[in-house]
Ligand binder design. Structure first.
Ligand SMILES: *Cc1c(COP(=O)(O)O)cnc(C)c1O
Length: 390
């Protein structure tokens, strides 16, 4: 059980088949590097879908998890817990102004489900307006907000009450928001949809439309949160004040965790028993999140993401290739849009030791750990230039 081939054979025999797979077995990581079972090394610009903000194999995270595992792993929220209490205080102290309460859960989709339920609860209205190319997860509620047809269509009928407007189009959003609208649900930078940053006018305009209509603004920071875009939260780039904010991915250093942050006004409408989760707020994930936030802060990783992202985007823009349509991004959330399908290039990048992600059919997405160094970013740039030539 040591080679790529033997692992792939065994896993393939029993897995559901739900995932498109790449033909390597990743078994170890250190910083921004990963190794497959045959000992090949990769620069990781995927971070497990953006999760590994601190890089891989962090001893601080490993120790915090081990220590908490010895003390107490599980403790549902019907009881109070020391780790959870400390994490909630820490989260709220970092959160954008106005977000003073939090519901803890286990994934991005679950955070979106929670945010949708809380918005319906707080407004007594059914409608959710989301955006084309938006991605919010795969559970039925989150999928109803997700736009991509191939994710949705096999599972219809989805949850009623959802509509989609073109992203960054304020006129269309204004038409869609009515007295029936509970919330507008948006990403600040669309991730899966192609690394598309929203404009300040659109996002601020969405806030004003919500205020006028008595609707809530839900911002999905599942991918952008915890420093990825060069600020703790992407809303800070636009002084945007959401009523609800969904978090997950890098929040607990790789341990599954999500959260819904909310205003006092939303929390006031939530009665005991209204929502819940067996694993939500478990002490193990809380301990992992606390140490993750400590390291992000101590190493000033949001600022590092801003500087490295600017450097990386600058380097990528200097690649002279007719195959590139546009390079765009925010912090270390970077997309290279091609004039053709990205899949063959992702494959060639992998063959040359760089792991990246797709974002829609034509965009190559780079989500490296925030600890990645400039030499690695240079090497990624050179590798991309050479696979685009070849
Ligand atoms: C990944 C992602 C989700 C879904 O998160 P899961 O943990 O996979 O359920 C939701 N929203 C955005 C913006 C994401 O990037």
């Amino acid at each position: 059980m040591s080679s790529n081939t033997s692992i792939i054979e065994l896993e393939s025999r029993y897995t559901s088949g739900a995932y498109p797979k790449r033909e390597i077995a990743i078994v170890r990581g250190q910083g921004a590097r990963l190794w497959d079972a045959d000992g090949r090394e990769y620069i990781d610009c995927a971070s497990g879908h953006g999760v590994a903000l601190l890089g891989h194999g962090r001893p601080e995270v490993a120790e915090a998890i081990a220590e908490q595992a010895r003390r107490l792993i599980t403790c549902p929220e019907v009881f109070y817990n020391d780790q959870r209490a400390r994490l909630l205080e820490r989260l709220i102290s970092l959160a954008p102004e106005g977000l003073t309460r939090a519901f803890l859960c286990n994934s991005g989709a679950e955070a979106i489900e929670g945010a949708i339920k809380f918005a319906r609860l707080a407004t007594g209205r059914p409608g959710i307006v989301a955006a084309m190319r938006g991605f919010h997860g795969r559970t039925l509620g989150a999928l109803s907000a997700t736009w991509e047809r191939k994710y949705r269509q096999p599972f219809e009928p989805l949850v009623p009450g959802f509509t989609h407007i073109p992203y960054d189009n304020l006129d269309r959003l204004a038409q869609a928001v009515t007295e029936e609208t509970a919330a507008v649900l948006l990403e600040v930078v669309q991730g899966e949809g192609g690394v598309r940053p929203g404009s300040r006018e659109f996002l601020q305009g969405a806030r004003e439309l919500c205020d006028r209509a008595g609707a809530l603004l839900i911002i999905d920071e599942v991918q952008t949160g915890f420093g990825r875009t060069g600020r703790w939260f992407a809303v800070e780039h636009h002084d945007l004040r959401p009523d609800l904010m969904a978090l997950a991915k890098g929040m607990a250093g790789g341990v599954p965790m999500g959260a819904v942050l909310m205003t006092e006004a939303v929390a006031e409408k939530i009665q005991p028993g209204a929502h819940g989760s067996t694993f939500g707020g478990n002490p193990l994930a809380c301990a992992a999140a606390l140490v993750t936030i400590d390291v992000l802060e101590r190493e000033d990783l949001p600022r590092q993401a801003a500087e490295k992202g600017e450097y990386f985007i600058g380097r990528l823009r200097r690649i002279e290739s007719p195959k590139i349509r546009e390079v765009r991004g925010l912090g270390l959330m970077v997309g290279v849009e091609l004039r053709e399908r990205s899949t063959p290039y992702l494959r060639r990048l992998m063959d040359r030791g760089v792991l990246a992600l797709p974002a829609g059919p034509t965009v190559i997405r780079f989500l490296p750990p925030l600890v990645i160094n400039r030499e690695d970013l240079d090497q990624v740039t050179e590798t991309l230039a050479s696979v685009l030539e070849g």
